[in-house]
Design a protein. Structure first.
Length: 668
């Protein structure tokens, strides 16, 4: 009888525990990310009145006689089934679906939660605001995410700035129309800047690129020929070619000249030089003086003797004959005479000359330069100025002009055999009966080192079957662009033809833009990547996108289903900022609850496997929260069953009490 009393008491206790669990579930029916619990019972030890016996030859076996001693709580399990997802519209809220938990941290203590009601605090820390715990994840470095390391705090300050990035490559994509219409040229209408016009059957412009100034690594600057091609970062090579107009000797570089005289044509009215009425003399090793063709060689000499010839002339002999001029014969002076020790200025015509390395040369193009080592310059001949120094920057004063028949070209119009008048390119040659193709204009937006954007027009012009040429405005490989702030951008294009195969696929072709600025930005080069272009019949849809960007400020963030936090900046750039970490346990039900919707690892939960959501096969729903997974209907049903179980156990105690009273009354 006493056994049933204690069994009933254990039943009361067990059902009370189950009711406590049900009450907690119902209390958290609206708790974000809450996981309901369930209670399971198991009977306790039984008292054995007799054990089981095996059968014999004459009797069968008997079962054991056991009386149960009550019930105990076998387990209280946490049910990690997904709750419903509720949209909140708040971009920092996250709902997690699948076997995983968010990782949050306080100091060295790590917790796990399904409550994704996160937000950024005043310092830009991504936190669980109810407790201030830091959400864990991986921070991106300049937009590049690496999730192989240990997760840490996510911090994205409001107003975070993004530095500008210089453009280095422009990638072309889409299609060039293979069926671009070609027009047969009838004639050309050329308009000049002086207002005159000309009708011609051919047009071949010259002088198309304007003035180029190079800054070299040896600290010098040089004005280069417009026809030469230069690239920053490489040796300059030939800079210009022009006629050597004059040469100047100095201590670092000598000059050799040839002087000439003629009795009918000399500056000093010599009768003879070195005893001859006409002749030449080569003078070498000069260390001073500037010389040009038909210029003067002037030197003051000391007279050693003065000899009167008796014919109205006097011969002056000189002490210094190192230049080969030993004497001159001149008319007898009308006033006075020359004596030993006097000086006399010899002035002869220069008929030829050569300057050696270290001397300077002034060319017909107006440039004066020091002759590099192993170089020479000959008066009256073309001199090519070269340098092995590296080109550091390329500057152009303007895009240059186009000259035709000695006049500056303003515009060129192509008149077709169909009578149409089409706009041609000033820098391209045309001939009647050739085929003219209109150009496709694209724009390359290049960002300089200061973050300023520059729009550079690049023209693609069909030049034959499956072949297109690249140029800048006007058909040139140089252009000058006046920016809205008044600064100037000078651009040169180095390119090879764009070639497609008969299937419209890219075969070859490339280009490089070299840009220099007057806004203080560094010179730069932008490579043109043309691999993504095709040539099929249809519209031309070609466009170019460049890397690089202006400086910007973080304006908003968004989070995707992998937990990647993307920042949107005022410069239009979207950049990965961080990625939220997710933990997975072998036995999530084994986690210990610590309150505030937090869990901690236990001895039976297993070790946390912290990865990205996609790595663990779970899904994050941004701008949403996970609702409690408590099912009210189930809980109320369990409540009824639990109540009846409790009542039944209490009835056992009542009956036992009555039985005990009967036993006690038997004594009376």
């Amino acid at each position: 009888m006493m056994r049933s009393l204690y069994s009933a008491v254990s039943g009361l206790k067990g059902h009370q525990t189950r009711m406590d669990v049900i009450g907690n579930n119902i209390a958290n029916v609206n708790t974000t990310g809450f996981k309901s619990s369930r209670t399971t019972f198991a009977d306790t030890l039984s008292q054995t009145l007799s054990s089981a016996s095996a059968g014999t030859d004459t009797l069968g076996g008997t079962n054991p006689k056991q009386i149960g001693l009550g019930v105990g709580v076998a387990s209280i399990d946490t049910l990690f089934t997904d709750g419903s997802t509720q949209s909140t519209g708040k971009n920092t809220d996250l709902a997690l679906s699948g076997n995983g938990l968010f990782v949050v941290k306080s100091g060295n203590e790590t917790y796990y939660t399904r409550d994704g009601a996160f937000q950024f605090d005043a310092d830009g820390n991504y936190v669980l605001p109810s407790s201030g715990l830091y959400v864990q994840g991986w921070m991106a470095e300049n937009g590049v995410l690496t999730t192989t390391g240990t997760a840490g705090n996510i911090t994205i300050p409001s107003g975070k700035s993004m530095a500008s990035e210089t453009s280095t490559i422009a990638s072309y994509a889409n299609n060039l129309n293979a069926s671009t219409t070609g027009y047969n040229i009838s004639n050309l209408l050329i308009t000049y800047t002086d207002g005159t016009t000309e009708t011609a059957t051919s047009y071949s412009p010259t002088n198309s690129e304007g003035k180029i100034t190079l800054t070299l690594s040896d600290g010098t600057t040089a004005v280069a020929d417009s026809g030469n091609k230069f690239t920053t970062g490489t040796a300059a090579g030939d800079i210009w070619t022009s006629t050597a107009k004059s040469i100047t000797a100095n201590a670092n570089g000598t000059a050799d000249i040839t002087v000439s005289w003629d009795s009918d044509n000399n500056v000093s009215n010599f009768v003879k030089v070195n005893g001859s009425t006409s002749g030449t003399q080569k003078i070498t090793g000069l260390t001073s003086g500037t010389y040009s063709i038909d210029g003067n060689y002037t030197v003051t000499k000391t007279i050693s003797t003065a000899v009167s010839n008796g014919d109205g002339t006097v011969t002056l002999n000189f002490t210094d004959t190192s230049d080969g001029i030993s004497n001159v014969t001149i008319p007898q002076p009308s006033n006075g005479t020359y004596s030993a020790g006097d000086t006399f200025t010899v002035n002869l015509n220069v008929s030829a000359g050569t300057a050696n390395a270290g001397a300077t040369v002034t060319a017909a193009n107006g440039q004066t330069v020091t002759i590099p080592s192993s170089g020479t310059a000959t008066l009256g001949s073309d001199y090519t100025y070269s340098s092995t120094a590296t080109v550091q920057s390329i500057n152009r004063a303007d895009a240059g002009t186009y000259i035709n028949n000695g006049k500056t070209v303003a515009s060129v119009s192509v008149v077709t055999t169909d009578g149409d008048t089409l706009t041609g390119l000033n820098g391209v040659s045309y001939t009647a009966n050739d085929t003219f193709y209109p150009s496709v204009t694209t724009t390359v937006t290049a960002y300089d080192s200061l973050g300023s954007a520059h729009s550079i027009p690049v023209l693609l012009t069909k030049s034959g079957d499956n072949t297109w040429s690249l140029s800048l405005k006007g058909g040139s490989n140089a252009a000058s662009i006046t920016e809205s702030d008044g600064t100037n951008t000078s651009v040169t294009l180095t390119s090879s033809d764009l070639v497609f195969n008969s299937s419209g696929e890219y075969v070859s072709g490339s280009g490089t833009l070299t840009c220099s600025y007057t806004n203080g930005a560094a010179d730069q080069t932008v490579a043109l990547n043309l691999v993504g272009l095709t040539q099929y019949a249809g519209n031309s849809t070609v466009n170019a996108t460049t890397d690089g960007h202006a400086a910007g400020t973080l304006s908003s963030v968004s989070i995707d289903s992998s937990g990647i936090i993307t920042g949107t900046y005022t410069n239009g750039v979207k950049q990965n900022e961080a990625q939220v970490a997710v933990a997975q346990f072998t036995n999530a039900s084994g986690l210990e609850k610590t309150g505030n919707s937090l869990y901690q690892q236990s001895n039976n939960s297993g070790t946390a496997n912290v990865k990205t959501a996609s790595d663990l096969g779970v899904k994050i729903t941004p701008s949403a929260l996970e609702m409690s997974n408590v099912d009210i209907a189930d809980q109320f049903t369990d409540m009824i069953v639990t109540q009846r179980g409790f009542q039944s156990n209490s009835k056992i105690i009542t009956v036992d009490d009555e039985l005990l009273e009967t036993v006690i009354n038997m004594k009376r």
